[in-house]
Design a protein around this ligand. Structure first.
Ligand code: TXE
Length: 488
């Protein structure tokens, strides 16, 4: 049965057509673009169309090497368009140029990786207990919903769309309203690469309206969400009611640990990049610094000096190390946390203000900030700020360290700097975190699973587990009986 053209919720709106969503460049307040806005009523059509694509297209039953061909081609096209895509990304999100290039490369890498996984994935033959042949194979859910945040556009989308398609699903994708443009580009590239129409739908709209309608839609069989913990909790509650699986990548307040025997220079550089990369708008940002008390004063003084020396600048300036935050509203939230820290008794060792002079005054910038003097239970040490704010705390010995480091609701990531292998191993095993970095930080690649303990999420993206997230097992028994089945 031929399937109709997908409903056109997604292309950029012609000038003045509305309703549309504006994307504002947080570096200077200019308009980065505008896109057609979906409403809750559009969710029905998108889900129905996705099911139509699942049922009528051979995608699910396509030979896996052919499915992989399309995914490889998406990766190749993304890579070929890396500069224009990175430029759009820079305008949408305000991220510095190099980070934008990295996001596109990472998206391309996700498609390439899941093409390879798709092509090589095997089912299992299970040891039979009778006259039959038994096996376990992976099947897609059908239509899944992917909801993404603003902090890593195209990279986050690819991390969900690539494995979900590789597993044979259709995807209805709702990107963040703050960064609506890259998902549309991904859709265009997917079609250009030969992905059958309808298998990927993009709905740009608000979370409260479109996101919530998508999550509740009875045609959606699995939910994949990256974003704030409270939104994740609300989505998980709906998934619980509906008894559908959910993958959640949520927030963090990751401990970054420096032991007295660490290589000081390496640790300083690691701590700086661990928190101030992406202006702190990273779920794995090392936002709580624990330094062994014997070197605390010296280390924190050196860190404050280097924090003050960081180059905060416009995203397209090659010398920029820290760009703007995503929006002025978000900057106010970050500044509010620093004020709260001050009221709670923090010493502000670096930053603690928004620049008010020159070109930066036009953007949503906030200076890299280092606080200390707070108890580990202070709100600033417990809640995810998602900005360039680091809180430093001393520790005495491993027991004290583990108690403090594990003493939050989160469990996404942790970093350890030490010269002792046994100590690194003990700490890595004791920390409640989905990823632990030893003498490095924020390394990540598509082949290694990623996700959180505790309030940082459910399930793992990336790697082989990232494909299984979008598949359900089917066990098949094939009778080889020489005698009819008996009741006894
Ligand atoms: O995230 P939200 P926001 C954290 C960070 C940040 C806070 C809020 O601390 O300050 O979350 O950021 C959609 N049903 N992180 O407001 O609200 C929404 O439209 C369905 C951590 O941007 O979680 C967007 O597409 N969908 C983080 C996506 O969910 C809903 C990344 C994320 O939005 C919805 C971003 C609803 N009821 C923020 N409400 C990380 N872990 O990487 C919103 N959405």
């Amino acid at each position: 049965m031929p399937i109709p053209e997908p409903p056109r919720f997604c292309p950029p709106a012609p000038a003045g057509a509305g309703p549309f969503l504006l994307s504002i460049n947080p570096a200077d307040g200019s308009q980065a673009g505008r896109v057609a806005q979906a409403r809750a009523a559009d969710v029905d059509g998108a889900v129905a169309h996705a099911w139509q694509a699942v049922r009528c297209q051979p995608w699910r039953d396509l030979r896996l090497d052919r499915r992989a061909d399309v995914l490889y081609e998406i990766g190749r096209l993304l890579r070929a368009e890396r500069e224009p895509l990175a430029r759009l990304q820079m305008a949408d999100s305000g991220k510095p140029w190099k980070e934008c290039l990295h996001m596109v490369d990472s998206a391309a890498g996700s498609f390439r990786y899941y093409a390879a996984v798709c092509e090589t994935l095997q089912g299992e033959i299970t040891p039979a207990r009778g006259e039959y042949f038994s096996m376990a194979i992976a099947e897609p859910f059908g239509v899944i919903a992917a909801i993404t945040p603003w902090n890593s556009p195209i990279m986050n989308e690819a991390q969900k769309v690539a494995p979900a398609l590789a597993a044979g699903n259709a995807v209805v994708l709702k990107p963040s309203e703050e960064t609506p443009q890259l998902a549309l580009e991904l859709l265009r590239v997917c079609h250009q690469a030969g992905l059958p129409q309808g298998l990927l739908q993009v709905l740009n709209g608000s979370g409260e309206e479109v996101g919530a309608a998508l999550v509740r839609h009875p045609g959606v069989r699995m939910l994949s969400f990256t974003g704030g913990t409270e939104t994740g909790r609300a989505i998980a509650a709906v998934a619980g009611q509906r008894l559908i699986p959910v993958g959640l990548e949520l927030g963090g307040k990751s401990p970054h640990i420096v032991c007295a025997d660490a290589d000081r220079e390496a640790a300083l550089a690691g701590v700086l990049s661990g928190i101030f990369g992406s202006a702190g708008q990273s779920c794995v940002a090392g936002s709580r610094l624990f330094v062994e008390r014997t070197i605390y004063a010296e280390f924190v003084a050196a860190l404050a000096q280097r924090t003050r020396a960081l180059r905060v600048g416009l995203p397209d300036d090659p010398g920029t190390q820290v760009g703007p935050l995503i929006s002025w509203q978000h900057r106010d939230k970050v500044a509010g946390y620093v004020e709260l820290g001050r009221r709670e008794g923090a010493r502000v060792l670096a930053g603690g203000y928004a620049p008010e002079q020159g070109a930066l005054a036009r953007g949503a910038f906030y200076m890299p900030t280092l606080l200390d003097g707070l108890p580990a239970q202070a709100r600033v040490c417990q809640e995810e700020i998602f900005g360039p704010v680091l809180v430093a705390l001393p520790f005495d010995g491993e027991d004290d360290l583990i108690e403090q480091a594990n003493g939050t609701a989160f469990g996404l990531a942790a970093g350890i700097w030490t010269g002792s292998y046994p100590r690194a191993w003990r700490l890595a095993r004791a920390l409640e975190a989905g990823s632990v970095w030893i003498n490095t930080y924020k390394q990540s690649h598509i082949a290694t699973p990623f996700g959180g303990f505790k309030d940082s999420g459910i399930g793992r993206e990336k790697g082989l587990q990232g494909l299984r997230l979008y598949s359900q097992n089917k066990s098949i028994y094939w009778g080889l009986h020489t005698q009819p089945l008996s009741l006894g």
